[in-house]
Design a protein around this ligand. Structure first.
Ligand SMILES: *[C@@H]1O[C@H](CO)[C@@H](O)[C@H](O)[C@H]1NC(C)=O
Ligand SMILES: *[C@@H]1O[C@H](CO)[C@@H](O)[C@H](O)[C@H]1NC(C)=O
Ligand SMILES: *[C@@H]1O[C@H](CO)[C@@H](O)[C@H](O)[C@H]1NC(C)=O
Ligand SMILES: *[C@@H]1O[C@H](CO)[C@@H](O)[C@H](O)[C@H]1NC(C)=O
Ligand SMILES: *[C@@H]1O[C@H](CO)[C@@H](O)[C@H](O)[C@H]1NC(C)=O
Length: 842
């Protein structure tokens, strides 16, 4: 019997596999796939083709109770056969399912109150606990007011700190009642399904939800499309249609495309969501109307007091070209993504993309509002889309998904209560250990920001202070911040009167930049030194903290290729930073859009080498790794000798600890320079700077802006356009015409290769800044050598440029900064951008 059971389970796994491959995707095959029909004594094939095996006997599924009754009832032909039988318990009973794999699993429970002569299952009251997580607390079918079978779906960790390698499912009736269940599914999940960084709403630093947090699916919706059944989903999920959640159906219009045309870029997969989901969407009704002033709104009733995980799926198949669809996304009336341009993340149309958020519903509100609407960048015609949405409830600090009590307690089962109290105690001990770990790691390591490490630290902190994500992070970073203070080598402290004098009492004619932070003035100190004076206008507590941190950190950075902070002034509530003045202005101005003389190839290489040295120092030279996050040609400033210095290396780019104090910069950067991987996963590493630097290299070579919307579509994005030619080995087709005949082929090849490596899809494939630097120096040597031989025999230079791209006439309006939190970048009248000339408020 036992071996027969084993066979049956084996065949069930085969069936799982078959049903996946019938979707035609090279797709995930679960290692664990338990499909159990409770109380039935034969295997049941359900509508979607899967076969559920009976729960009698078997070695992998053990039922620890002798007080069970099986009910079978064939009179209801309305639903699946699975709902014709149930197993019924008068005492607390446990299913132990031995899984082969540890980690997150889907757990799906099927309930339908089959008719029974002795017990009314409709009014039965019982609780369900899986691996210490309360899934249902004193649940009763009658309270649902529902006639159809109930399917509950959870994500549960197996083999975590509070469980063995088994799934232990306990059903406990309240005293005098019974518990029942019709079907159980335990299926392993593709790795990393929920390991992406989530953005909290209101927006703060991203973190990864620890796998010990259980999830319960509240809604899974296919916008603008039909209900999708497990047959259409590699993970057997159900996607409902969205019309019942739309607040004003007239505001939206269904659009669809051929599911086969949906592309999955790296990092996405059909396991995240099937192409059927991405192939339909709601867009704004009258999408082509120029001035639309509304949002599409969906509402979802949820339980307050819980935190919800929200995953939004996007796929732009409505646009005809890239960078055409830019819109805002709101959750609970708060900005979730501002000016979302899916194409900058996917680099293609009809490509799948998703973003994860968490929403704390402790606000007394019991509805999640999801809205998409026109961006205030006033892109016309405006439109907005949403393709799919998943909302999942996260288990609370008491390990419950149902109710706010601490731990599980049942009136009828003392022993059970004890067991769960033990679990809770274990959990608390675990958290304390976690706390100690965090403290230790805070004080011991000031090492470079490495993603996995941050994930670990954040998840631990989240667990240890489960009540408030924000507070926990502030505490941790405050600790590490304090420990950095002893080395006090701050810049010079200026008297306010000195600053006033230097800037002629903040004379408007000396303003060289305006931004969210305030204005930047050109000034001359008493000793004749020219400076750039950045005057903050925000008197907020937040602004003050950031101002102080900036001074603290910036004054530690001294490098020939970094713009340095000379000093500051905080007299009379002023927040003033004084930087060295860079007479040459931003590199970009020397490349195009101004009257500056053309830079020679050698000068360009030297500038790139200088900037690479500055970035290399940021990444490796300081006590902590610093990620610049906004590398672009306007943030590389030149002095009067054309020495390059990197600017705008503000506080928000420091390693994880300080990053945590900052609740303001989640996604930041500039169109055209952003690391696609950082966008997709919202996980920032120093390799994101390397990507942006690759864009800078191309810009320097081609003397055009990173994004130029006025060019034909395939040329708009320089990274794409240049890579197109680099891959063909014909980069010379698009180089700055001024350089024609002046660049040696060898140096151009090496330069192209270096830029190509920087622009690699994945961070791990990109070189370090140190390698980039080495390669650029090699390019310079090649050029020097070629020059030498050119002088000798007048050969080896590129003879002619077959054709070239149109020159950019003006530097304006072709650069849009993406700034979180409603900050807006103001451009100076001269069209010059730079942090110092044009600071952003943070
Ligand atoms: C199992 O099914 C058979 C018919 O296939 C039925 O005769 C038998 O009573 C069932 N046993 C139980 C325990 O339900
Ligand atoms: C579900 O998938 C099947 C093929 O597997 C397809 O024929 C059907 O149209 C799909 N249904 C929906 C609603 O997408
Ligand atoms: C969002 O705004 C709408 C309309 O102003 C309001 O009805 C709703 O309660 C708000 N929702 C939240 C979560 O604040
Ligand atoms: C869209 O909704 C957000 C948040 O509720 C609101 O701030 C914004 O003004 C709305 N946009 C339009 C155009 O109504
Ligand atoms: C959620 O918000 C409530 C009220 O603002 C707060 O008390 C609670 O700590 C928050 N929970 C988390 C995990 O942030």
């Amino acid at each position: 019997m036992v071996s027969l059971k084993g066979l049956l389970l084996f065949s069930a796994s085969i069936l799982c596999f078959l049903s996946f491959s019938s979707l035609g995707f090279a797709s995930f095959t679960p290692i664990d796939c338990f499909l159990i029909s409770c109380g039935g004594n034969k295997s049941i094939q359900v509508e979607d083709g899967r076969v559920f095996e009976s729960d009698f006997g078997g070695s992998d599924v053990v039922l620890s109770t002798n007080s069970l009754i099986t009910v079978s009832n064939n009179e209801n032909g309305l639903f699946s056969e699975l709902h014709n039988s149930a197993r019924l318990f008068t005492k607390s009973s446990v299913y132990t399912i031995s899984t082969k794999q540890i980690g997150r699993h889907w757990l799906r429970l099927h309930f339908y109150p089959v008719k029974n002569n002795k017990h009314n299952l409709k009014s039965a009251v019982f609780s369900v606990v899986a691996n210490g997580i309360t899934l249902l607390h004193e649940f009763s079918f009658s309270r649902l007011g529902k006639k159809e079978p109930l399917l509950k779906e959870y994500v549960i960790e197996i083999g975590g700190s509070s469980s063995s390698g088994d799934l232990v499912l306990t059903l406990s009736p309240v005293s005098g009642s019974v518990a029942f269940i019709n079907g159980i599914e335990v299926v392993s999940m593709p790795e990393g399904q929920f390991d992406f960084s989530v953005v909290p709403i209101p927006r703060g630093p991203g973190f990864v939800v620890p796998s010990s947090v259980a999830l319960e699916t509240a809604y899974r919706v296919n916008m603008g499309g039909p209900k999708l059944t497990p047959r259409n989903d590699t993970l057997w999920r159900v996607w409902n249609s969205d019309h019942t959640f739309l607040v004003n159906p007239a505001s939206a219009r269904k659009v669809s495309t051929d599911p086969k045309s949906v592309k999955y870029p790296a990092g996405e997969s059909v396991d995240i969501a099937p192409n059927w989901v991405y192939a339909t969407a709601q867009e704004m009704a009258d999408a082509k109307v120029i001035d639309q002033k509304f949002n599409i709104t969906w509402t979802f009733p949820v339980e307050d007091g819980f935190i919800y995980f929200v995953r939004m799926h996007f796929c732009d198949f409505v646009s005809l070209s890239l960078n055409n669809l830019i819109f805002d996304v709101y959750i609970n009336n708060q900005t979730a993504v501002e000016s979302l341009d899916i194409s900058t993340k996917t680099m293609a149309l009809s490509a799948a993309y998703f973003v994860d958020f968490v929403v704390n519903m402790s606000t007394g509100s019991n509805k999640i509002f999801v809205q998409v609407g026109p961006s205030n960048l006033r892109i016309t015609p405006s439109n907005a889309i949403l393709n799919g949405l998943e909302i999942m409830k996260m288990s609370n600090p008491s390990s419950s998904l149902d109710g706010k009590f601490v731990g599980y307690s049942s009136n009828s089962e003392r022993s059970n209560t004890k067991r769960h109290v033990m679990l809770v105690i274990f959990a608390i001990l675990g958290s304390l250990a976690g706390l100690l770990l965090i403290a230790a790691s805070c004080f011991l390591c000031f090492v470079c920001f490495r993603k996995p490490k941050m994930v670990k630290q954040k998840s631990l902190s989240w667990l240890s202070f489960p009540n408030h994500i924000g507070i926990s992070e502030t505490k941790i970073s405050a600790g590490s911040f304090a420990s950095t203070t002893p080395s006090r080598t701050l810049g010079r402290i200026f008297a306010f009167s000195e600053i006033r004098e230097a800037t002629k009492d903040f004379d408007e004619s000396l303003v060289i930049g305006v931004g969210g932070f305030g204005k930047v003035y050109k000034g001359v100190l008493e000793n004749g030194v020219m400076v750039a004076v950045k005057r903050g206008n925000s008197k907020s507590q937040q602004g003050l903290v950031e101002f102080r941190t900036e001074i603290e950190m910036l004054s530690k950075l001294r490098h020939r290729h970094l713009v340095s902070l000379i000093g500051y002034c905080e007299e009379l509530n002023e927040m003033i930073l004084v930087y060295e003045f860079m007479a040459g202005g931003p590199l970009r101005k020397h490349l195009y859009g101004s009257d500056f003389p053309h830079l020679s190839w050698k000068q360009r290489l030297e500038i790139c080498i200088g900037a690479a040295k500055g970035l290399h120092y940021l990444h490796t030279g300081a006590a902590e790794c610093i990620i610049h996050r906004d590398v672009k040609t306007t943030n590389i400033l030149l002095d009067e000798n054309l020495t390059a210095k990197v600017a705008d290396f503000g506080l928000s780019k420091f390693g994880p600890a300080l990053d945590q104090t900052h609740v303001s910069t989640a996604v930041k950067g500039s169109f055209g320079y952003l690391d696609p991987e950082y966008y997709r996963r919202q996980q920032l590493t120093e390799k994101s700077d390397v990507y942006s630097f690759g864009v800078v290299l191309m810009e320097v070579l081609c003397a055009r802006s990173a994004i130029n919307p006025s060019l034909p579509r395939e040329q708009v994005n320089i990274a794409e356009w240049a890579m197109h030619w680099q891959k063909k080995g014909q980069l010379e087709h698009i180089i700055d015409p001024y350089l024609a005949g002046k660049v040696s082929i060898d140096s151009l090849r090496k330069y192209g290769e270096t830029a190509e490596k920087c622009l690699a899809e994945y961070g791990v494939e990109r070189p370090s800044m140190g390698d980039v630097l080495w390669n650029l120096e090699y390019v310079l040597n090649l050029q020097a050598a070629a020059r030498q031989s050119l002088e000798d025999e007048n050969s080896n230079a590129i003879p002619d440029i077959p054709y070239s791209i149109p020159r950019v006439e003006s530097g304006e309006a072709d650069e849009i900064d993406i700034v979180s939190h409603g900050e807006s970048d103001v451009t100076t009248s001269s069209g010059v951008f730079s942090q110092i000339m044009n600071p952003k408020g943070r």
